[in-house]
Design a protein around this ligand. Sequence first.
Ligand SMILES: O=C(O)CCC(=O)C(=O)O
Length: 330
Amino acid sequence: MLLDKLRRRSAKPAAAAPATPADAEAAALQARYVAWRELNPVGRADWPPAAEDVFGEAVAIPDIPADQLNDAALAAALRIKGGVVVRGLISEAKADEVRGYVDKALGLLEDQRAGRPIDGDAGGQAAWRHELRDPDTGELVGPQWRADNAMFGGECSAGDSPHIAENLVQMYREIGLTQMIENYLGEQPAVSLEKWTLRCVPPTTNTSWHQDGAFLGTETRTVNVWIALSECGVEASGLDIIPMHFDEIVETGTGGAYFHWDVGKDVVEEIKGDREVLTPLFKPGDAFIFDQFALHRTGVREGLTKDRYALETWFFAPSHFPKDYHGILV
Ligand SMILES: O=C(O)CCC(=O)C(=O)O
């Protein structure tokens, strides 16, 4: 594993052994950040990978059980379709556990923002909230991103919780997802502080159509794994998806768009023609896997009554990483 090799190769003197399990978790996550920063990645020369339409022409967005997700299905979903819905990517029990992490992380973030003392390391046993810092300088990683996001509630980065981050990294490995994404990207992937999001969305949240590539960049090589952690699509917001494959960024900032990178309703209507917007019903553990071109939005509508929990993880090829983002090698 590249991360282990980098640790072994490091010329720096070994740091003192972490004093507590929480310190060890915080140090492990910092090591992933340093490993990303010290990479000199060479991108896969034959990008994009070849893909064959294993789902058939009639299918716009495939909807498959987790045991049918493999290298060929992932490549077809991302290169030919508009993404793939994967049922039971993680177990319902694991989704429940991760939903608990979201509550814990958001609670600590709220305490911090309110100036309340936070117990971010549960007595030294688990590093629940330790904002990611550069181990060489002690500086906070991503200060600009932090300032820009200070007004957003209901979400926080897994990269600021070493305990959660390490657990998730292990989870992705155990289900074979990291390896599959590495096969697709052709490089050991990195997630990022900025787009590794634990989320609890209230029924009244704002929404707008967008492609993440409008700010992640079209040249970025990426796979986003969005996992529902609570039932959604009826009483809680799911995702609205335009069931088409895109390989470019459509017009933004016009026709009622909210942000300059959003796509206005009128533009969406014109693009989708007579296609129906897809709003899958997700159970905890179901996922939607897509890239920066998928046109989608949070599925907010009248009559929603429940909060929705989700975990969103953008995996990136380090060689084609979004500008100004901070990576965590996984
Ligand atoms: O979880 C959500 O509703 C938001 C997902 C999304 O649209 C995004 O982050 O790009």
